[in-house]
Design a protein. Sequence first.
Length: 264
Amino acid sequence: MIIRILGCHGSELTTTDTRGVTHPCRACGFLVNGTCMVDAGSISAGLLDTEQDKIRHVLLSHAHFDHIKGLPLLADNMIGRTQGGAINVWGLPEVLNTVRQHIFNNAIYPDFTRLPTVQEAPLVFQPFPDEKPISLDGLEVTSVRVTHTVPAVGFIVRDAEAAFLYSGDTSETQHLWEVGRRERHLKAAFIETSFPNDLQALARTTGHLTPAMLGREIAKLDRPEIAVYAYHLKPSYRERIAAELKALRLPNLHLLQEDQVIRI
C-alpha cells in the first residue's frame, strides 16, 4: 500500500519552528493507493485535478469540520467529471446524516448527492456497519468505534500483504487496540495526539490524546514491532508536542509530516 499524507494536523496554520523553518499544517487527509481517501480534511488543496479524478472512495472517521472540509470542494470540482461513477462517501449512518443535514443542505452548500441530478451527482453516501469489513478497490476496511465527543470510528485498512491502523479522533479507548493487536499483517499505526501534556484535562474533555496518554495507548496496542505515527497535532502546540513525543523515547514512534509518502 502507498499512503500519501495530504494533511495530518488538527487544524490549518503555517507555523515556524525555532530554526525559522516554516511548516504548512493542513487538516487530516490520507490518500491510499491513489483512489481512497481516509478522512477529507485536505483534498482539493493537496491534489491536482487529474489526481482528484482518480478518487473513488472517501472514508469519514467522524463529522467534525477538520475531517470533512475538503469534501464539498471535491464534489464541486467533480461536477460533470465523474465518468467512473459517483464517489462513494463512507461513514457511520449518524455521521452521514450529520454531513447531509449541516453541510449538503442547500443552505451551507448544494446537495451534491442529488445535483445536478441524482444520476449525475458526484457523491453518493454509503453507510457502513460497525466492524464488518467492506471491500474497496483491492482494500478491505473495517471501522471500529472509538472514544470521542461525537460518533466516531478508527479504521483497519488492509490489502493482501499489509495493514495499517488509523485512530481517527479519540481519547483513551480500548477496543480499537484489541482489534489492532489481532491484525496479523499490521505494519503501521497512525494515532492522534492533539494537545501537550499540561492540557490533559482539555484533551479528555474534547476527546483527544496528549503524548503521555499516547504512550499508554501504545502499550495497550502491544505491538512494539510496528511503526507508530503521531498525527493530528494542533499546530499552535506543534513544537511542544513534538518535544514531549521525543521524550517518550519509543524507538518506533515518528512524527507524521505533510507530503510524506509511506509504503507498507
